[in-house]
Design a protein around this ligand. Structure first.
Ligand SMILES: Nc1ncnc2c1ncn2[C@@H]1O[C@H](COP(=O)(O)OP(=O)(O)OP(=O)(O)O)[C@@H](O)[C@H]1O
Length: 438
């Protein structure tokens, strides 16, 4: 299910910030047939030169819309995530915004210096050395030679490629090229950063470093658009998000809501709703940040897996994880919202391991993290859980936005917003004075 079109407007929490990118009715068509595509290209150039009519808004044979009527704004200081399945049009949209290709319909207005990080090693000449490429790349991004000289060592230090700096870039691994591209871009003082999946190739430690740096430059007011297949990468640094589906803008709004929507659409077939369990497929290693959530479920006090949860009974919330490295200081963050309560949902419980000073460590392997509750304090009803596995307050390894589960009640309904453990008793009074004190 897609969100309604009202959610496509720019976020209203940034009214004082002027837009730095305005995408207005942008559509882009492609042709899968190479020969026809070349023919159409020549036809379009001829129409442009002769002032003839170009039917930009109509599809010709074998053409399809890679993007259709996309509208949104990016405001100053806003970090916007772009999500969507393979082929949804994310890269095409970033290429249009960066000016690499032109839309067939609509326009894009940009105000501010853009640093696009769109393809691996984009802007790098493979036969030039890393050193030469830093100069070439940063000057394309608008820096003078003396400015590049002043920042050169910082770029090399950030990219951690000191020993390979005088080797041709064609000898670099994809991860090294990505490091260098990222380091160049963030050292050019961009006002707008466009980042398309380039972080996916780095190792977990370098990715964490890049995300921390993105978080810092975000604090300084740089706007950016981040494309990533990994929802937690979007949630780590983006407040808002755009969800593209088959070339159309399916939803625009708060990143938590959009990612939840995207995840729901993505895993619709894979999640067993109603079973109080959610198993997630293994992520490609390139998309993992080093520690992935694979399974969410509940156990009773004897370790048996529970399908039905009952208010007031002992329960453990269990998270199956896959760790690819040695990690320390891992915390679980569990936020539970009621679905359709009288107050129309809202967070009823938020438990954060950090607040209880409980940190886990992992080595490479599979683990089960548990949150043991001596009794389940939720009243009967349907809930969604937002679960995050974090390393510190700004770095999230993995997140599940909305794990649905239900709680039942063994007793008849009482009026309460939480489960109150209770015992009803009658005691015989020792004396009349004790029973009715004045
Ligand atoms: N130059 C091109 N010629 C023909 N088709 C193209 C061209 N570029 C992209 N496409 C097609 O346009 C659609 C959108 O592609 P795009 O790369 O923008 O998707 P994406 O959302 O970035 O996908 P991914 O997540 O796989 O990177 C796809 O169907 C793709 O095959």
């Amino acid at each position: 299910m897609l969100l309604n079109s009202q959610s496509q407007s720019a976020p209203e929490n940034l009214p004082e910030n002027p837009p730095v990118i305005t995408v207005e009715g942008v559509s882009k068509k492609f042709c899968r047939d190479l020969r026809r595509s070349l023919f159409y290209g020549v036809q379009d150039i001829a129409a442009d030169l002769t002032g003839g009519r170009r039917h930009s808004d109509r599809l010709r044979s074998h053409e399809f819309w890679a993007l259709k009527d996309i509208n949104f704004q990016l405001h100053r200081g806003e970090a916007l995530g772009l999500v969507g399945t393979n082929g949804a049009g994310k890269s095409t949209l970033l290429r249009i915004i960066s000016g690499l290709i032109k839309p067939d319909v609509g326009k894009v207005r940009v105000s501010g210096r853009i640093a696009p990080l769109i393809a691996l090693g984009a802007g790098f000449n493979p036969i030039l050395t890393g050193r030469e490429n830093i100069y070439a790349n940063m000057s394309i991004l608008g820096l003078t030679t003396s400015q590049i000289e002043a920042r050169f060592q910082d770029v090399v230090d950030f990219a951690e490629i000191e020993e390979a700096i005088d080797a041709p870039v064609q000898t670099y691994s994809s991860g090294m090229a990505a490091r260098l591209g990222f380091a160049c871009a963030i050292h050019t003082d961009p006002e707008i950063l466009l980042i398309d999946e380039v972080l996916a190739v780095g190792d977990a430690r370098f990715k964490a470093k890049c995300y921390r740096r993105l978080y810092e430059i975000r604090q300084r007011g740089v706007s950016f658009i981040l494309v990533n297949h990994n929802p937690q990468a979007i949630l780590n640094i983006c407040d808002t998000a755009v969800y593209l589906s088959k070339g159309c803008l399916a939803a625009r709004g708060n990143s938590g809501e959009i990612v939840a929507q995207y995840e729901k659409d993505l895993f619709l077939d894979e999640v067993e709703f109603g079973s109080n369990r959610m198993s997630l497929p293994a992520k490609p290693r390139a998309e993992s940040l080093g520690l992935d959530i694979r399974d969410l479920f509940f156990r009773d006090e004897y370790g048996n897996i529970l399908q039905a949860l009952f208010a007031g009974e002992a329960v453990s919330f269990c998270v199956g994880i896959e760790s690819y490295h040695v990690f320390e200081g891992i915390t679980m963050h569990v936020k539970i919202n009621k679905i359709g309560g009288e107050d129309n949902s809202g967070t009823v419980l938020y438990l954060n391991g950090e607040n209880d000073d409980v940190y886990f460590s992992t080595e490479s392997g599979q683990y089960e993290l548990r949150l043991e509750l001596p009794y389940l304090g939720l009243e009967a009803g349907a809930y969604t859980m937002n679960l995050k596995i974090k390393k510190d307050s700004i770095y999230t390894f993995d997140v599940v936005e909305s794990f649905k589960f239900t709680v039942q009640s063994k007793s008849r309904e009482n009026k309460c917003v939480f489960y109150q453990p209770r015992t009803w008793k009658i005691m015989e009074s020792a004396s009349k004075a004790d029973a009715f004190p004045h």
